[in-house]
Design a protein around this ligand. Sequence first.
Ligand code: SAM
Length: 317
Amino acid sequence: MDKNELVRLLALEDFGPVYERADQVRRENVGDEVQIRAIIEFSNICGRKCRYCGINSTNKSIIRYRMSPEEIVETARQAVSAGYRTIVLQSGEDPCFHKETMGQIVKAIKQMGAAVTLSCGELTSSELAYLKECGADRYLLKHETADPILYRKLHPCGTLEDRIECLRTIDRLGYETGSGFMIGLPGQSLKTIADDLLLLKQLHCKMAGIGPFIPHPDTPLWNEKEGSPELTKRAVALARLVLPKANLPVTTSLGVINQKEKENAFACGANVIMKKVTPDPYKEAYQIYPAKLEKTDIQKDRNLLEEQIRGLGRIPL
Ligand code: SAM
């Protein structure tokens, strides 16, 4: 599919047949399993000023925290004993987590038999290489938008070129590469979304997180409209057609806007879900967008999610 075809499909009046095709392609390529990943949001300290993000460094109204390496490893241990097979370690761009500290955490989690996904922003090639050697399996770094002008407007601290270069390094080093983008960013068009989808392919993505933008009250974009759940599902379905074997999560942000649409997204090509296992005092402070949070009970939450997935006729993994 080229850009024009993707734009045409995104704008279809009746998208039903595309959803059906995406669901079939998902079943044929990645089966009926839904991979459940545990995400630990281990630091909300960030040096960047991304204009949409609630933890950007200019937001002075949140309490900043940094979990200790021991707390991170202990939380991962609880998640693994609850049945999780992948631990996602996510943070702002926190300069205090040096590669050696992260490396020790990765090694400790790998010893538990779990896969490790890192999502800590842009790192240097040598940091990425070191963490790969320590055993990290995947790296998630969303390109956010494939439009370089929009990217510049939203990111006073970085360029799309640098982000893409980092993603290419991630791929070259042998990580399972994860990217993704937001739907509904102010100034985005269907052409941008088509470019986003094509960029995922160019970057050899094995994972792609596509979620709606949600305005955060303490950011410069507080007054903008949230992204459309329907357009988000369409983009996920087309990502399944563009990347048949990819791991495509149903993003948390989709559930924040509409819980039912989150469930529906499993019938549109998605096969992954991330569940927060971040301990309660920290979870509250990791609000990249406003969301209603419930108390974390790692085992109970996992059991409930497994039940919900079975209820959709799918197999929790
Ligand atoms: N620092 C890392 C990075 O930049 O990749 C990971 C943390 S960052 C908070 C994780 C993701 O949150 C971003 O890739 C972005 O897509 C998403 N995000 C941030 N603010 C958002 C918002 N207001 N609405 C929806 N998604 C948002």
